[in-house]
Ligand binder design. Structure first.
Ligand code: GLU
Length: 473
């Protein structure tokens, strides 16, 4: 066997009803780390809290992963389904003398703590059953506790936090199996990570102290430790932990706001990780560049302006096809009808002139309105003002000239400039009624782009619609 063990990372979310941006970022880091090294990325749903672990809550996680394109290997693993295996490990530790049955009642534990407080000692529970002779065991309910080391220290050689030392006198003999036979979270995480072959545990630094307790389980079982990387949490612009107060915390809310998934991946990758001064990059670059050594130790701040900025760059850079696919996803996610094939085709042709300056997909759709609407157009009130009788007369002059000219930008520019000159108008004055006729609005792509995308027949038909319009202005 080669020494270069295959990298295996995982994301282990607890179903909370939605996928938090922080969980998405941890998933992204784990995914980038594995995928950039030919490794595996696994998904484990930590669904032991039965009240919260509804199918909808799990689905919310799957939806978040799917939107971000974070594909995982194999099937999602249910932690709850593995409870018998967790119990088996607890009993193995018991048999090996690394764990013990504790018969202490809640009242006894409370009394211990109270006395410890009164005597100003550590309130970490010290069970009298740790060293009890099994012959003295009563026939009563018991929990299985791990025999934690009480002397010395536990060292976490963390890839992000550095060398973290926890004094063992701060570790209690944690419960691994409850008296009803169900495993605790702390045991389940270790057994699952070991069985799944996880080599790198990348997660939020709120789990750093858990790592010290989890290491005692690895040691008790004689299992090799994974490499740990505890990444700082995400804060809001005010430096406080990111919460609803700052804006959306659910990752799919960003889809509904109109950010493309590629932009969200890029932005989330930059939250707590950097590669030189690079702000805008592709998935391939992120995979090639991502490393734990590039992760910072201090919390990163969610910066909505920066997200907009990166998003605009992705909207500008993606292929026409990808842009239309993003638009379709956005429409579906926001409960709007998706584009029919004919409309998505023409949107693809228009892509070059509708993406400029857009930070969100809604703005792209807005600019694309001229191809999405059908004749006769509803003309906005504001645009209608540009279609007075004089302007309509000029447009009426234009239509015959468009019949026979070659349909390219240079020729159209020549025709329109000549028409403006003949009527002693600036080009802008001519463009306003044209925008109104071709798009029914005042803010549109350039009139040349619209004419080129719409084609001769549709352009003339739209002009005819307004020149034949009944009105008294
Ligand atoms: N289920 C934990 C969470 O959602 C993650 C545990 C872990 O990554 O070890 O925070």
């Amino acid at each position: 066997m080669s020494n270069d063990k295959q990298i295996v990372t995982r994301i282990a979310p607890s179903p909370t009803g939605y996928m938090h941006v922080g969980t998405a970022r941890t998933a992204l880091f784990s995914w980038l780390y594995a995928r950039g090294r030919g490794g595996k990325f696994l998904l484990r749903i930590e669904d032991t809290d039965r009240a919260r672990s509804t199918p909808q809550a799990t689905q919310a996680i799957l939806d978040g992963m799917a939107w971000l394109g974070l594909d995982y290997d194999g099937d999602a693993i249910s932690q709850f389904a593995r409870a018998p295996r967790h119990a088996e490990v607890a009993h193995e530790m018991l048999a090996a003398g690394n764990a013990y049955k504790c018969f202490a009642t809640q009242d006894e534990i409370a009394a211990f703590r109270e006395q410890a407080r009164a005597e100003k000692r550590s309130t970490l529970y010290q069970s009298p059953w740790r060293d009890a002779d099994p012959d003295t065991h009563p026939d009563a309910p018991f929990v299985i506790r791990l025999k934690a080391p009480h002397d010395g220290e536990t060292v976490i050689d963390d890839q992000v936090q550095g060398r973290v030392v926890i004094k063992n006198n701060q570790l209690d003999d944690m419960i691994c199996l409850r008296s009803d036979g169900t495993p605790t979270y702390m045991l389940a995480v270790v057994v699952d990570d070991y069985d799944m072959g996880v080599t790198h545990v990348i997660r939020g630094d709120d789990h750093l102290t858990n790592a010290a307790r989890q290491i005692t389980v690895y040691n008790a079982m004689g299992w090799p430790l994974p490499t740990y990387a505890h990444i700082p949490l995400i804060h809001g612009p005010d430096g406080k932990k990111l919460s609803k107060r700052h804006g959306a915390t659910s990752v799919v809310d960003y889809r509904e706001m109109g950010y493309p998934a590629a932009a969200m991946r890029n932005y989330l990758a930059r939250l707590g990780w950097s590669h030189g001064d690079d702000e805008f990059f592709s998935d391939e670059q992120a995979r090639d560049w991502f490393d734990l050594s590039g992760c910072g130790k201090s919390p990163s701040r969610f910066d909505f302006k920066k997200l907009d900025n990166i998003s605009g760059k992705h909207i500008a850079a993606m292929s026409d096809k990808a842009l239309v696919a993003e638009v379709q996803g956005f429409l579906a996610a926001t409960g709007q009808p998706m584009l029919q094939p004919q409309k998505s085709d023409v949107m693809e042709q228009a892509a070059y002139c509708i993406r400029g300056g857009a930070k969100k997909l809604g703005q792209v759709i807005d600019k694309a309105r001229f191809v999405l609407v059908d004749r006769p157009l509803d003309v906005e009130e504001k645009a209608l003002k540009n279609l007075d009788i004089v302007s309509r007369g000029i447009l009426n002059e234009l239509t015959p000239q468009l019949q026979a000219v070659s349909w390219d930008r240079d020729t159209l520019e020549g025709v329109l400039n000549a028409l403006a000159a003949a009527n002693d108008l600036s080009f802008g004055k001519l463009a306003a009624p044209l925008r109104a006729a071709l798009a029914g609005r005042t803010a549109t792509p350039s009139v040349f782009d619209m004419m080129l995308v719409l084609g001769r027949e549709e352009t003339i038909a739209r002009l005819d619609d307004v020149t034949n319009m009944e009105s008294d202005t």
